[in-house]
Design a protein around this ligand. Structure first.
Ligand SMILES: [Zn+2]
Length: 384
């Protein structure tokens, strides 16, 4: 079961985590998954202007255990540039409708911030609507999309065998959610969170019925400028951080910084990350003094207060790990001994649901990454 539970959330965020250590022995409640989602849960993305000629497609409620990455729409004279493409074919179809609700222009390019499924699996639906759209990524992200990291996904056209395997992974997610809900002692907020997650996976199963991964058609190594008279876009690989192939987008005229998952609110994600590089990259981005920060998940931000909190959190985590390494602690020892409750309170407040996921989506994976970094062990990208 441990293996299954780890695998299930490999699906969620290309990561290895579990709902909780005790889930392995929890009985299955056997209750049917209720309801359909999820407008009321803030899952279905909506579109809103950021500044003239720039829109953000985002989930009204920022945190979900299976999230959909933000999509930024930038208007050029000859078409629209999208940053990221949503997390499923269904989400991609809704993105097409949202884009059409604000502009008659065609999408001419979709730039991918990184390879994780919640940012790329909707691209196939978008290029179906605008077949001449370019799909742009860094060369490193392109390699992950074509290689081991995304080997579970059909490329170019649906594939019955891969689809069946994916659906089985969803079965195990749903079982784990039922098991989690059957446990005694959950706070009401956690119970509500798991119930909303059940509704989410009903929608996600519909949205992923015809999974296809659209591959990049254009790649770059360091930077690529998409020129325009009013809204030029500078795509950059700022170095490693959230992944080893991160792409950020900078609009020098509007001073909009599109950060991908280098910035995620309200709870950051720390899987297979590069802590020192991440910190350096965020500081370099702050030095550009953006007027707008657009995170990979969560609402657009006007100032960099949240960015500073993330930089400080990375700092605190790296320091704590370095101290453990100096004392000769193993990685498991370090995970047990390091107390990030002050950081957790800053990000999750007293919300037990967010606190739970702060521990699983940040503390555990990021301590692992920082431990690897401190001991010189390689940090490799996972599988989606
Ligand atoms: Zn993401």
């Amino acid at each position: 079961m441990a293996r299954v539970v780890r695998r299930l959330f490999a699906l969620v965020l290309s990561a290895s985590i579990s709902l909780s250590p005790a889930d392995e022995t929890a009985p299955s409640a056997g209750t049917p998954t209720p309801g359909t989602p999820t407008v009321q849960d803030g899952y279905v993305q909506t579109i809103a202007p950021v500044t003239k000629g720039v829109w953000l497609i985002a989930q009204p409620q920022a945190f979900h255990i299976q999230p959909i990455g933000n999509v930024v729409v930038i208007e050029h004279a000859d078409g629209l540039v999208l940053i990221d493409g949503g997390g499923s074919t269904g989400a991609g179809r809704r993105i097409v409708d949202l884009v059409r609700s604000v502009s008659d222009k065609p999408v001419k390019a979709i730039a991918l911030t990184h390879w994780h499924g919640d940012h790329v699996l909707g691209v196939s639906a978008i290029v179906q609507a605008w077949p001449s759209a370019e799909v742009i990524a860094t060369d490193v992200t392109d390699a992950h999309l074509r290689g081991r990291s995304m080997k579970a996904y059909p490329k170019g056209a649906p594939d019955a065998t891969l689809q069946a395997a994916f659906d089985q992974r969803l079965d195990s997610v749903e079982r784990s959610l039922r098991d989690a809900l059957a446990k005694p002692g959950l706070a009401p907020r956690e119970r509500e969170g798991f119930a909303a997650s059940q509704r989410l996976f009903v929608q996600y199963r519909q949205d992923t019925r015809d999974l296809v991964l659209a591959l990049p058609t254009r790649t770059f190594v360091d930077s690529l400028r998409l020129d325009d008279a009013t809204h030029p876009v500078e795509l950059r690989h700022p170095g490693r951080g959230n992944t080893d192939g991160d792409l950020i987008a900078w609009l020098p005229r509007q001073r909009v910084m599109v950060a991908g998952d280098l910035l995620v609110a309200p709870v950051p994600f720390g899987f297979n990350a590069y802590p020192a590089d991440w910190q350096r990259t965020l500081r370099a981005m702050q030095a550009q003094t953006p007027a707008w920060w657009i995170p990979g998940h969560g609402a657009a931000m006007r100032d960099d207060g949240y960015v500073t909190r993330v930089v400080d959190l990375i700092d605190a985590t790296r320091d704590a790990v370095a101290a453990q390494v100096r004392q000769g602690a193993s990685m498991d020892d370090a995970k047990k001994r390091i107390d990030l409750s002050a950081g957790r309170a800053q990000f999750a407040g007293d919300d037990p649901w967010l606190s739970r996921w702060f521990d699983r989506y940040w503390t555990q994976p990021f301590i692992e990454a920082a431990y690897r970094e401190a001991t010189g062990a390689p940090i490799e990208q996972g599988e989606g």
